[in-house]
Design a protein around this ligand. Sequence first.
Ligand code: FE2
Length: 205
Amino acid sequence: MNAVAVLAIDPNIGRLRGFVTDLADLVENAADEAEILEKGGALLARLVSSDDWLPDAFARPNPDRYQQYLLHCDSRERFSVVSFVWGPGQGTPIHDHRVWGLVGVLRGAERVEHFRRGADGRLEQVGPVGDLFECEVEAISPAAGDIHRVANGLADAPSISIHVYGGNIGAVERATYDLDGTAKRFISGYANKVVPNLWDRSSAA
Ligand SMILES: [Fe+2]
């Protein structure tokens, strides 16, 4: 990672600071998961409506695989915010989450396929393959079924989506799946060793 890019103060990083502060208030006060997903979805839609705040170091594709950069983790690990950077042709295996989630597209498009386990134990696709485009937000709820596969919706350019989860997602023990239903233990971790500095207010207008 480019240390200079990490150390530079981004004047618009306050958008992310405001988002995580609002989300902390919401998680603290919400009556249930449905309220978090509804109001948190509106907060995320506002965040991804501006594409001027994500530092370049956390928007870089990797030619070998998609990148999952941690942008912020709540100090009590009640939620985390991640930038997913998809190169052309890149995507995840089929996986679950075990915690609530919100997905908002900042740049390009994200392709989502939903799955559920059938009576025979195999995974079957639910609904059509759908593309999320810039500024669109989708919710993930384990209660409603949270098994999916995600990929870059663009064939010839990188895409970036901002994901929010109800835990420190890189540390959550969850699973990837084969289509025959075989589950494999999965802890994703993160691509970065340092996170953006949200808290230097000296450049704020
Ligand atoms: Fe996912």
